[in-house]
Design a binder for this molecule. Structure first.
Ligand code: SF4
Length: 131
């Protein structure tokens, strides 16, 4: 299941498929996100993809969601996150999540610690998530 923490992003990419950017307003509350995680776990979902925008603009929310998911039977290692910043990959690794490094603009070398792999086109992501 994909869970969008926010559509805000520190970048403003012309190719963005979800029209993210620094000026986007409005995002789900933490209570709403926790409710989605509870519903997903109750429905048998065993993997959650935290996405955005830039999900690490809400780092503490992301960490609390991972903890909540773990309590509900979704292991942190089954929580995936797509990242294009080295610091975001660091945060994902620290939380025990699997980061997938999006190297369309970011040089691949600075995302080399993304455990899920590195990709440069969103068309490549579904195959990586299936591994
Ligand atoms: S970094 Fe990603 S989410 Fe942010 S604007 Fe660019 S494509 Fe969209």
């Amino acid at each position: 299941m994909a869970l969008m923490l926010t559509r805000r992003c520190n970048m403003r990419c012309g190719h963005c498929s979800v029209e993210s950017g620094p000026d986007v307003r409005g995002e789900p509350t933490e209570a709403e996100l926790f409710d989605r995680v509870r519903q997903a776990a109750a429905s048998g979902v065993r993997a959650i993809n935290l996405t955005g925008g830039e999900p690490m603009l809400r780092p503490w929310t992301a960490l609390r969601l991972v903890r909540a998911a773990r309590r509900l039977g979704v292991a942190p290692s089954r929580c995936a996150i797509v990242e294009d910043s080295p610091l975001g990959v660091d945060a994902a690794n620290a939380a025990g999540m699997v980061a997938f490094g999006f190297a369309r603009v970011t040089p691949p070398a600075v995302l080399s610690h993304a455990r899920g792999g590195i990709f440069s086109s969103m068309a490549e992501l579904p195959a990586l998530l299936e591994d």
